[in-house]
Design a binder for this molecule. Sequence first.
Ligand SMILES: Nc1ncnc2[nH]cnc12
Ligand SMILES: [Zn+2]
Length: 339
Amino acid sequence: MPKPFPSLDAFIAGLPKAELHLHIEGSLEPELMFALAQRNRIALPFKSVEEVRAAYEFSNLQDFLDIYYQGADVLRTEQDFHDLAKAYFDRAHADSVRHAEIFFDPQTHTDRGIPMSVVMDGLTSGMKAAEAEYGLTSKLILCFLRHLDEDAAFATLKAAEPFLDRLTGVGLDSSEVGHPPSKFTRVFDAAGALGLKKVAHAGEEGPPEYVHEALDILKVDRIDHGNRSLEDAHLTSRLARLGMTLTVCPLSNLKLCVVTDMAQHPIRTMLNKGLRATLNSDDPAYFGGYVNDNYRAVAASGLVDRDDLITLARNSFLGSFLGDAEVFRHLDEIEAYAG
Ligand SMILES: Nc1ncnc2[nH]cnc12
Ligand SMILES: [Zn+2]
């Protein structure tokens, strides 16, 4: 007998989950942006927190990226990166996140003269603090900015080599259309040879062909977003057969006009087609919600029921880079919670 809960929202609140698609720079809340600007004596082009939030109206991915890279400029010191990460983990813990695999964009920082060591030390001390305080585990995924060239990605991988023991994988993000995964074939091969996992944003705005390239050429372990895979029936059944994890971000998709209406979000079709979909927040400070807001948004639109929510939470651990023993421990916790 499933345990009774007063509402689906209450069920979501305590449901143990992992978050697999979170850009740490995208968790920079306007309040922290102002605090860091003040601490680092940086003038912001906004007068107030309200003005910042009002600027968060996007008609596509590029619109958002322009403001997101601008916001990251307040991050200067190890303490800033620590505070950024710790603030995210505080929110994640409140959403019953037990494990998070977080992206960071080193080129956004090293191109401004911030050393890789400052970024790495700040983020990893935030990760350690969350594990000590909450038992919330995390892993770090270094993303290459795909609007920059292959040489820049190679330089970034080289700069990260002293920190390999703190990195789990590499990813590919930023402006998708016009920057296919194949542009980064060699740097992904090099990252794989270093023992790193591989993920890539594909099929967010870009065509199904980019998802094929991510699988066939980059040999990724997960696809970030993947929405447009559904336009290709052969690709969809291939993803299902592979048990390939898709890290889906409903509120991001709505804010960036990848979908026009939450009721039309492809998560229902993905589950119907047997895809291993997960729910994630992407850039929560910019898209109006953390991971539980994403679970609630799809539940409120009638796209998923209680059993689907359990499947989505299970998928988040099954698709993680945790070892089998840890995955099973988390799956047992979900079973005990849901009854
Ligand atoms: N949703 C997204 N797509 C591509 N690059 C990103 N960087 C941060 N968020 C992103
Ligand atoms: Zn993303």
